[in-house]
Design a protein around this ligand. Structure first.
Ligand SMILES: C[S@@+](CC[C@H](N)C(=O)[O-])C[C@H]1O[C@@H](n2cnc3c(N)ncnc32)[C@H](O)[C@@H]1O
Length: 398
């Protein structure tokens, strides 16, 4: 076998080369970031400060992807991952990083990304709120079944890693998983997606996700941290006395119900495109002991809703879009309206930054100014690169 060659300068492609690098920080994609001369290299399962011997497997237009061959000197925050599948299962990308460092990395990622999209803006970032639990926090997981093997995909691949335990799930669900889930065989399908979830009675259960629609029934997975998220949204909303609250991307009403309880005399409207989630929200509304008088749910897209209903200065908008962020139409509608107060809930700082930058420009073109009142990140998904960020915004029309 020929010895891998060593790249001498940055003009030479690094593909298939072996290099020694130091990990500078973590990227929002989950990998560690290293530099070799002017080249940027992403390395999965790395830790800040790691001195590594890596091999470059992929070359992209502006960067490379490498794989760890040897940890020459572990970074100061490197820990032994407690999970036996860590480093193979694609579910956790940060188990090798200490909890404290995970929190620091998330704080700096949010700062760095938002500074890039909103140069010169005062960001007013609060310290991140840690999840009440670092492990055992998930109330549902969606493994895949191939033949009789249940598992998760590997890192950025569609290769199934058979898994018989998961440290991220709540204890009763973990026990259920460990006992072995006996799933019915599905003829004709090479692979099916399953959801293991905690029932209201606190026991484990599963269902086969038969189609994409079921797959898209969103609910927050970290119940304890979701309570913190809800109370922060509600608390911020109470600074104002809105006559109307629009909760865009409302799901089954995660924020809509607490907002309606906090603003009893306001009209509170949940807007959600998934009809099944709206059905669940309406059912919950009917089952409430004292049904809220002014609570409504619309099964439609935010864009269509905003063609009919325009927020005014007495409206408070809460929006919690999917990872891709909201639409330009939604942001332009906000800019054109009399809206003064918004709370943006985001699970992706990149789409958040892009949307805020677009909204800022759309407002500026109308002589209005976007102001960040505060930013609060939540450690919603410990051991992974994912997080939740809340931004309180106000619009100044003078
Ligand atoms: C991140 S989830 C938030 C759900 C809810 N706020 C919660 O905390 O459980 C985003 C939701 O937006 C819904 N959605 C996606 N596109 C939409 C659109 N264009 N208009 C309205 N809702 C949409 C999805 O079905 C999903 O329920």
């Amino acid at each position: 076998m020929s010895k891998p060659s060593v790249a001498r300068d940055s003009s030479e492609s690094l593909l298939h080369h072996e290099l020694e690098v130091t990990i500078e920080k973590m990227a929002i994609t989950g990998e560690g970031v290293a530099r070799h001369q002017t080249a940027v290299i992403f390395v999965p399962w790395a830790c800040p400060g790691d001195r590594l011997k890596i091999r470059i497997d992929f070359a992209k237009k502006n960067h490379y992807h490498g794989r760890i061959l040897e940890i020459i000197q572990p970074g100061p925050s490197r820990v032994q991952p407690p999970c036996e599948y860590a480093g193979r299962c694609g579910g956790c990308s940060w188990q090798q990083i200490s909890r404290e460092q995970q929190l620091l990395e998330k704080e700096s990622l949010v700062r760095e990304i938002l500074e890039k999209f909103l140069p010169g803006m005062d960001l007013l970032l609060n310290p991140i709120i840690p999840s009440p639990k670092a492990f055992g926090y998930r109330s549902r997981i969606q493994p895949r079944l191939q033949g009789s093997e249940l598992g998760f995909y590997g890192w950025k691949s569609h290769t199934l890693i058979p898994v018989k335990d998961c440290l991220l799930v709540e204890e009763p669900l973990r026990n259920f998983f460990r006992e072995g889930v006996h799933l019915p065989r599905r003829d004709g399908k090479a692979e099916i997606k399953v959801e293991l979830y905690l029932t209201q009675e606190g026991t484990g259960a599963y269902r086969v996700l038969a189609d994409e629609v079921e797959d898209q029934l969103f609910s927050q997975v970290n119940r304890l941290q979701n309570d913190d998220l809800i109370s922060t949204v509600t608390q911020w909303s109470q600074k104002h006395k809105p006559a109307i609250v629009f909760d865009f991307y409302s799901g089954a009403g995660n924020f809509t119900f607490p907002l309606s309880a906090a603003h009893k005399s306001a009209q509170v409207v949940g807007v959600e495109s998934n009809a099944e989630l709206v059905r669940l929200a309406r059912k919950r509304s009917e089952q409430q002991k004292t049904p809220a008088k002014f609570l409504e749910f619309y099964a439609t897209s935010s864009d269509i809703f905003l063609r009919r209903f325009i927020p005014d200065e007495k409206t408070l908008v809460v929006l919690d879009p999917p990872r891709g962020g909201t639409s330009e139409f939604v942001l332009k509608s906000f800019a054109a309206s009399g809206l003064k107060h918004l709370i943006y809930v985001s699970c992706n700082p990149v789409s958040l930054g892009r949307d805020l930058s677009f909204l800022k420009a759309a407002l500026a073109s109308r002589g209005k100014k976007l102001k960040i009142e505060q930013i609060q990140s939540f450690e919603m998904f410990p051991q992974t690169n994912h997080l939740e960020t809340l931004v309180e915004l106000s619009i100044d029309s003078h």
